[in-house]
Write a protein that binds this ligand. Structure first.
Ligand code: AMP
Length: 452
C-alpha cells in the first residue's frame, strides 16, 4: 500500500501511541488499518488475516481500548488453536498493554497445572488468552466468570475448527451472559468459519479486501522426457516438496503411479473416483494431516478438494484443456505462499498451446539414488466420533496422560460422526495404538487401528 497511515491518525490515547512507537510500530499494517478504523464503533469484525499480517495487534489494540483496568473482572477472552500460539499472543498483548499500569493478562492452556491456574485466576485477570478445552474446563469448574466480558476474539478460527474445537468453542460461548464485541480472525474462509461467524457475530465488518491479499505466485515449469515415471521421481527428489498432488488422466493410471511411487520409497496414495466415501475420507485425511505426502488424482476425483499449503502440483499427464490446467495448478500457492507447478511432456505438440513456456530437460534434474519421501506422521483411527461426544481434547488428554506422549508428538485431529483420526509422529504410532487400545477415552473403550 503506497500511502501508509500512522497509528496517530486513529485518535488513540497518547500513551498507547507512544508505546506503539517504542515497539517500533509506526505505520499500520493493511489489516490493522482496515479493522482499526472501526475501533470506536465497537462493531464485530470478520478478518481474513494470517500470521505476519499484524493481526494480533489489530485485535489487541481493540480489546485494550475496551478495558477498564479498575474493574477486576475478565473483560476480554482470546481463544487460540494451540498452546504455543496462545503464549505468543499473550506475550504480544503484554507488550501492547504497557501503555497502562496493572493490566493483568493470564494464559489458560492445557498441559499446565490446573490448580496453579486456579490460583492465578483468584488474583483476578483482565484478559484471558487460552485454548478452548482448558478455558471450558475453568468455566465448568466455575473458576472463570465471563459475565463482564466485553470482547471475544477467535484467533486462527480456521485452524481451531480443523482441530475439532467447534463444540468446545460453542460451549465457551454459551457461558457469556451478554453478547460481547466479537472479532474473528482466520487465514482462510470456509463454510465452517462463516457458520460460526453467523452464529456469534452481528453484521460483522468484513476485512478481507482483495488488495490486501498477496498475489499467488506460481512457478510453472515444463519438463520434456522419454521416461515419465523416472522423471516423476527425479522431479520429487530435485524439488523436495513437503507435499504434492500429481494429476493423471485415468483412474487406472492413478492406481499404477501410486503403486510405483510406493515402491520408489514415496508415501503416496491414489484418489480415484471409484473410492467409497469412507476410503475417500481416509485418503484425504491422511494427506491433510501429513501422513501421506503425495496424492495422485484424476480431475474428477479431485473435485471439491480443498488442501491448504500445497507445495507442488505435477501434471504427469497434461490435461485436455488449458482451463483445467489453470484450475489444477491454482491449488498450489494458496494464501499467498509460493507454489510450484511442473508438467511432464514427451512431444513438443503437447505443449504448443502453453507457449511461451519455461522448458527444461529431464537431465537438468539432480538424480538422487538415496531419495525417499516418507511422512512425518501416521494416522490412528478411533472408532468413535461426534456421535460418541468425543472431542479433540478428550483424545489429547488420553494420549498425554501419564506423560506418555507430549503435545508435539500429536498432529492434526479430525473428528467425524462415527470415527476420529489422529496424526501421530510415525515412529510412535504403534505405541500410541497400544496405549489407546489399553486405556479408555472418556471412560469408554474404543477400537483403535492404524491406517495404511
Ligand atoms: P502477527 O501477524 O500478529 O503474528 O504479527 C506479526 C509481527 O509483526 C509481530 O512480530 C508483530 O510484533 C509485528 N507487528 C505488528 N504490527 C506491526 C506494525 N504496525 N508495525 C511493525 N510491526 C508490526
Amino acid at each position: 500500500m503506497s500511502d501508509k497511515k500512522t497509528f496517530s491518525t486513529l485518535n488513540l490515547p497518547e500513551s498507547m501511541v507512544e508505546n506503539l512507537q517504542k515497539l517500533g510500530y509506526e505505520f499500520m499494517t493493511p489489516i490493522q488499518e482496515q479493522s482499526l478504523q472501526h475501533i470506536y464503533s465497537k462493531q464485530d469484525i470478520l478478518a481474513k488475516a494470517k500470521t505476519g499480517s499484524g493481526k494480533t495487534a489489530a485485535f489487541g489494540i481493540s480489546l485494550l481500548l475496551n478495558l477498564d483496568v479498575k474493574k477486576f473482572r475478565v473483560q476480554s477472552l482470546v481463544l487460540c488453536p494451540t498452546r504455543e500460539l496462545a503464549q505468543q499472543v499473550a506475550q504480544e498483548l503484554r507488550a501492547l498493554a504497557k501503555f497502562q499500569h496493572n493490566i493483568k493478562i493470564l494464559t489458560l492452556i492445557g498441559g499446565e497445572s490446573f490448580n496453579k491456574q486456579l490460583g492465578s485466576l483468584a488474583h483476578h485477570a483482565h484478559i484471558i488468552v487460552g485454548t478452548p478445552g482448558r478455558v471450558l474446563k475453568h468455566l465448568n469448574h466455575a473458576s472463570l466468570d465471563l459475565s463482564a466480558l466485553n470482547t471475544f476474539v477467535l484467533d486462527e478460527a480456521d485452524r481451531m475448527l480443523d482441530m475439532g474445537f467447534l463444540e468446545e468453542i460453542e460451549q465457551v460461548h454459551s457461558h457469556m451472559k451478554s453478547r460481547p464485541q466479537t472479532l474473528l480472525f482466520s487465514a482462510t474462509y470456509n463454510d465452517e468459519v462463516l457458520e460460526i461467524s453467523k452464529k456469534f457475530q452481528e453484521n460483522p465488518i468484513e476485512v478481507s479486501s482483495a488488495e490486501i491479499e498477496e498475489k499467488n505466485e506460481i512457478e510453472e515449469l515444463f519438463i520434456s522426457t522419454k521416461n515419465k515415471r523416472e522423471t516423476l521421481v527425479n522431479a520429487l527428489a530435485h524439488y523436495k516438496p513437503s507435499n504434492a498432488i500429481i494429476f493423471v488422466n485415468t483412474k487406472l493410471e492413478s492406481d499404477e503411479i501410486a503403486e510405483f511411487l510406493q515402491e520408489s520409497k514415496v508415501d503416496a496414495l491414489s484418489l480415484h473416483g471409484d473410492l467409497e466415501q469412507y476410503d475417500r475420507i481416509d485418503t484425504l485425511v491422511q494427506f491433510a494431516n501429513k501422513s501421506c505426502r503425495v496424492l495422485i488424482a484424476t480431475d474428477v476425483a479431485s473435485r471439491g478438494l480443498d488442501i491448504k499449503e500445497l507445495a507442488m502440483v505435477i501434471n504427469y499427464d497434461l490435461p485436455h484443456s488449458k482451463e483445467i490446467y489453470t484450475h489444477r495448478i491454482g491449488r498450489t500457492a494458496r494464501a499467498g505462499a509460493k507454489g510450484l507447478a511442473v508438467s511432464l511432456y514427451s512431444e513438443a505438440a503437447e505443449v504448443e498451446e502453453y507457449q511461451p513456456i519455461k522448458a527444461m530437460n529431464d537431465e537438468q534434474l539432480k538424480n538422487d539414488e538415496h531419495f525417499s519421501m516418507f511422512s512425518e506422521y501416521a494416522t490412528l483411527v478411533i472408532e468413535g466420533g461426534k456421535k460418541d461426544k468425543l472431542r479433540a481434547g478428550d483424545i489429547l488428554g488420553a494420549l498425554t496422560s501419564e506423560r506418555t506422549f507430549t503435545r508435539e508428538d500429536i498432529g492434526k485431529i479430525d473428528i467425524y460422526d462415527k470415527q476420529s483420526y489422529v496424526a501421530i509422529k510415525s515412529d510412535l504410532i504403534e505405541k500410541a495404538q497400544k496405549k489407546l487400545s489399553k486405556d479408555t477415552i472418556k471412560k469408554k473403550k474404543f477400537t483403535i487401528w492404524i491406517l495404511d
